[in-house]
Ligand binder design. Structure first.
Ligand code: SF4
Ligand code: SF4
Length: 167
């Protein structure tokens, strides 16, 4: 029997950001990615949604498209099925240390994991700095408000390749 997938409708991004107050202040400045706790690791995600765009790999080069996973909510830039995503979407990638280091081009340039692993600080608009879940949207660093297409409408991904500066 097919399992019913519950969509998380009551998830509040600001509650998540408020919970960062329990973390060590500016932990990302003196810990390497491999030294972070699970809570610290999760807090690094800025909620931009850009890793949920479909990508193409052509001759060892990765191209982002503006075709988003069918389970991305384009308003909040959150996954509608987060707890079940790997069951439902077999090619949904877990963002762990191995994926950050082995497939860095599958993440956008602004991704916090990539920035920190390459010796940069978090950007000023990151919710860990602003304490505001919306700051990633206000800085126009998320997918919110962009011209996107649902992957279910796509026939040929090559027609949807984009060259956005922050990818
Ligand atoms: S690209 Fe990085 S920071 Fe943005 S949603 Fe994905 S994992 Fe989080
Ligand atoms: S299933 Fe994976 S790729 Fe799709 S929206 Fe959720 S996290 Fe993103």
């Amino acid at each position: 029997m097919e399992r019913k997938i519950e969509i998380e409708e009551d998830f509040n991004p600001q509650e998540r950001v408020d919970s960062f107050a329990a973390l060590e202040p500016e932990f990302w400045k003196h810990k390497k990615l491999e030294e972070m706790s699970q809570d610290e690791w999760e807090a690094l995600c800025d909620g931009c949604g850009k890793c949920c765009l479909n990508k193409l790999e052509i001759k060892n080069r990765v191209y982002f498209t503006n075709a988003h996973c069918r389970f991305l909510d384009c308003q909040s830039c959150l996954c509608k099925i987060y707890p079940h995503r790997f069951e439902v979407v077999p090619d949904c990638r877990n963002i762990d240390l191995a994926s950050v280091r082995e497939h860095p081009r599958w993440l956008p340039k602004t991704c916090a994991y990539l920035l920190l692993d390459n010796g940069y600080d978090l950007p000023a608009w990151h919710p860990l700095k602003t304490k505001n879940a919306d700051s990633v949207h206000q800085a126009k660093m998320s997918l919110k408000g962009r011209q996107l297409v649902n992957e279910t409408k796509v026939k040929d991904y090559e027609d949807y390749i984009v060259d956005w500066q922050d990818l």
